[in-house]
Design a protein around this ligand. Structure first.
Ligand SMILES: Cc1ncc(COP(=O)(O)O)c(C=O)c1O
Length: 409
């Protein structure tokens, strides 16, 4: 249906009919920018901006240390958990919010190996996000386990596999795993499953409980819009909650303010917390999550698929001979991003950014565009592709300033 969108007016008509269109007003988006990078860093919401300013001005400046009690700082992780829960098909009581995704992975991978009945293989994919692979290498070294990387995880399950560690949506291509199907196969093979939801939470409906998964981690600064370096989250199925975190901190203690010399893990998910929460970041994340209040995640998924389909159709029509689609064509197999391969992808992305279209580049040759249905419009996708086609056709990307690599791509 979306290859019938050939004029900007057609895209405008889709925006007029979009049931999520009004959600865009919650976000601060710079004039003249088409932001297709919310899968790297979500934009700030009006609410989050105001809440952080207020927290600094009143809770920190006036309340000082009293605010741990009077402003409810101590309960922030639990409050944020309750806002994340509906997005991932989980109970708030099974989610701990804090630390980075990498640190949370360290905690849960260690816990998973402890509960794997002596099995010693961590099974993952060579295309998994590097931090996941690095953390797994470290845990494997510490625990005398083996990290095994294979293209087809389901086919490589055997009775030595302790835990399958997979990212649901591939950060380069956007390929999406069927969570229920892969979890089912792993459980059948006697393995545990740990899902990285960095590119899933807030992007489409996730149902950890329905899939009967074991463990999950996810990111606060991408689709959840919590701000740069926002706290991450972890989820542990109730049946695994007597596992103990290898990082034992006082906020995970049964009685933090008893100041005992020995560690006694808190009951339930709180034992996976460690140290003091980053209150201002946590405040930003809590406020940002209001943008999801009352949102039908099925509608988010539907619009995400349509935006991605539109992008693919417009690239096919305007510059499909110049780039190679790296994402699955079939919407059911994709997350909420579209990627293209181009040998000088870095320079093309810099040229796009110079024209106000912000996506990102992932080595070696991926142009990556995230779509975020709460604020991405059909016209944004239409205009972005028009600009990309121009840049590719007139080769304006091939200028020295666009080849100069910055530290962050
Ligand atoms: C799949 C995946 N996992 C983890 C991370 C990042 O982890 P951290 O927040 O610890 O830097 C990313 C970041 O892009 C990611 O794409």
């Amino acid at each position: 249906m979306l290859d019938t969108v050939t004029r900007r007016a057609d895209a405008e008509a889709l925006d007029r009919a979009d049931p999520l269109a009004a959600r865009r007003a919650a976000f601060i988006l710079p004039e003249g920018v088409i932001y297709l990078d919310g899968n790297s860093l979500g934009p700030v919401t009006h609410k989050a901006k105001a809440r952080v300013a207020e927290a600094v001005a009143t809770e920190w400046a006036d309340g000082l240390i009293r605010s741990w009690n009077t402003a409810g700082w101590i309960d922030l992780p639990a409050r944020v958990a309750s806002r994340i829960a509906p997005l991932i098909g989980a109970r708030p009581a099974d989610i701990a919010v804090g630390d980075s995704t990498s640190v949370n992975l360290f905690k849960l991978l260690s816990a998973a190996l402890d509960r794997a009945g002596g099995r010693k293989v961590i099974l993952s994919e060579p295309g998994n996000f590097p931090t996941d692979l690095y953390v797994a290498e470290g845990i494997a070294e510490l625990k005398g386990a083996e990290l095994r990387l294979v293209e087809d995880v389901a086919a490589a399950l055997d009775d030595r596999v302790a835990v399958v560690m997979v990212t649901q949506v591939d950060y380069r291509t956007g390929r999406k795993h069927d969570m229920a199907a892969l979890t089912g196969k792993a459980l059948e093979a006697g393995a545990l499953v740990l899902w990285d939801l960095a590119h899933s939470a807030g992007a489409f409906p996730v149902d950890l409980t329905g899939a009967d998964a074991d463990f999950a981690i996810g990111c606060g600064y991408k689709y959840l819009n919590g701000g740069p370096g926002a706290p991450a989250f972890l989820w542990v199925a109730p049946r695994h909650q007597e596992a103990v975190s290898p990082l034992r901190g006082w906020f995970g203690h049964a009685a933090p303010f008893a100041f005992e010399n020995h560690y006694r893990p808190a009951e339930g998910i709180r034992r996976f917390l460690n140290g003091t929460a980053p209150v201002l970041s946590m405040t930003a994340l809590e406020a940002a999550l209001e943008a999801y209040e009352g949102v039908d995640m099925a509608a988010v998924r539907e619009k995400s698929a349509a935006l991605c389909d539109l992008m693919i159709a417009r690239v096919d029509a305007t510059c499909g001979d110049l780039v190679t689609l790296a994402s699955p064509r079939e919407a059911a197999l994709r997350g909420s991003q579209v990627s293209f391969r181009f040998p000088d992808g870095y320079a093309v992305m810099q040229a796009l950014i110079a024209r106000g279209v912000i996506g990102d580049f992932r080595a070696p040759d991926i142009l990556r565009f995230g779509v975020t249905p709460l604020y991405t419009r059909y016209v944004d996708v239409f205009d972005a592709v028009e600009i990309m086609a121009e840049i590719l056709t007139d080769r304006s990307w091939d200028q020295p300033q666009f080849h100069k690599r910055a530290a962050v791509t």
